[in-house]
Design a protein around this ligand. Structure first.
Ligand code: PLP
Length: 413
């Protein structure tokens, strides 16, 4: 099966959670038709036979196809004459194209970056804020989406942390209310909250910011790859994402999306040499053409880690072949055993149900640290975040694995 192409895996022949032996599931839910999880596991994630990995919100694994591409790239990298510029630039062009396909954008709206924070920094420094402006951020956001805005104090811009709901979720109604204040010039939100999986209502925030004229900036690293997003249907101004989690890609990959009509209006605060039109011709670099590129490459800081983007591309191809809609549906099915355990024992679920939920499922049992240790001892890898056990399964996890989690959670009762 090694080297199997994405479109061969993309056959709607299986149902969720068929991998691994075991008794039929006691949980009364109906798996939705999806891809063949067993084949995906053995082909792309062979190590899943010995470890239950539910920590994609921290680090996504590299599929086998990606690992092999990286190995081959590094083989050529050892003798750089095997890697002509043409090939290196083709890798980056491929990354922009695949990212654009994934999020419903066009490649000229994509600038490649090395993580999420870089793109958020671009937004904070390139958007034309004026003294007295306010940026709204929900309290309890991941710090990558807080500090760049806090630092805007040096321009007389105020960061306003909007209190969360009693459940600890972003209070979208309150954000909408605050948007009536004309001093509010931007809202910066995570597509999905890192500590509870809350998936923000982007169409609602988009409509409200379009009406008020504020910019909408999205930290999408916890969303893209597990929650469908189509920027052709929901307008945001700047969106930033690292590849290391839900995109199953190497550290050092990421991108910033800038809405097309904003690209030419924004000048990057820090510029790389390939951000300029004049550097297309590598034989005449000292012409020093001061015109910034007309597309989002003006935000890129060369030299980028080509080897990492070589790895991003096969991972994105895999995700595209599975389909984010189907991954999202699969993850919801996976939650059922743990939700059933929580309902039975009364353990608090700190993730939202329904539409505002995502693939991240958080529970807050008593003696949470002890429970986390117990899960670890059972070779179940997950995180403890803000007082909750954070379970973040991905496309390759199974219902049987989640049943095992429920069993271990229940072992201390
Ligand atoms: C919401 C959110 N933003 C950003 C990051 C990471 O930012 P970066 O890619 O810059 O390391 C994380 C997790 O590490 C996160 O959960």
């Amino acid at each position: 099966m090694k080297g199997e192409r994405a479109d061969e895996i993309d056959s709607a022949k299986g149902i969720c959670g068929k991998a691994g032996a075991g008794a039929p599931s006691p949980f009364p839910f109906h798996p939705s038709p999806t891809y063949d999880v067993a084949s995906l596991r053995s082909t792309e994630f062979p190590w899943t036979s010995s470890t239950i990995y539910l920590n994609n919100a921290s680090i996504g694994p590299l599929p086998e196809r990606t690992r092999l591409v990286l190995e081959e790239f590094n083989r050529r990298r050892a003798a750089p004459y095997l890697l002509p510029d043409r090939d290196l630039f083709a890798i980056l062009a491929g990354s922009r194209r695949l990212v654009a396909t994934l999020i419903g954008a066009t490649p000229d709206e994509i600038g490649l970056t090395v993580n999420t924070g870089f793109g958020l920094g671009i937004a904070a420094r390139a958007l034309p804020f004026r003294p007295g402006d306010i940026v709204l951020v929900s309290d309890r956001e991941f710090p990558a989406n807080v500090y760049p805005w806090m630092r805007l104090g040096d321009r007389g811009v105020t960061l306003e942390l909007v209190p969360t709901t009693p459940e600890g979720w972003p209070d979208e109604s309150r954000i909408l209310e605050r948007l009536r204040d004309p001093r509010v010039r931007a809202v910066a939100v995570s597509q999905v909250q890192f500590s509870n999986g809350y998936a923000v209502d982007l169409p609602r925030l988009s409509a409200a910011t379009r009406e008020s004229g504020a910019w909408l900036v999205v930290d999408a690293i916890q969303g893209i790859g597990q929650v469908p997003l189509d920027l052709g249907r929901v307008e945001v101004d700047v969106l930033s994402c690292g590849g290391q989690k839900w995109l199953l890609s190497p550290w050092g990959t990421g991108f910033v999306y800038v809405r097309r009509t904003l690209v030419s209006a924004l000048a990057p605060a820090i510029t790389g040499w390939l951000a300029f039109e004049g550097t297309d011709d590598l034989t005449q670099l000292t012409r020093y053409d001061s015109a910034l590129r007309s597309d989002a490459r003006r935000f890129e800081l060369m030299t980028l880690p080509y080897q990492d983007f070589a790895g991003l591309n096969p991972s994105l191809e895999l995700i595209l072949s599975l389909g984010v809609e189907r991954i999202a549906a699969h993850l919801r099915v996976l939650h059922a055993p743990v939700l059933a355990w929580a309902a039975r024992t009364g353990a608090p679920v700190t993730s939202p149900p329904g539409e505002r939920g995502s693939g991240i499922l958080c529970v807050a049992p008593e003696r949470v640290q002890e429970v986390h240790r117990r899960l670890k001892a059972a070779r179940i890898i997950c995180s403890l975040r803000e007082g909750s056990i954070r379970l973040s399964p991905h496309c390759y996890n199974t219902v049987e694995e989640m049943e095992r989690v429920a069993e271990v959670l229940g072992a201390g009762e």
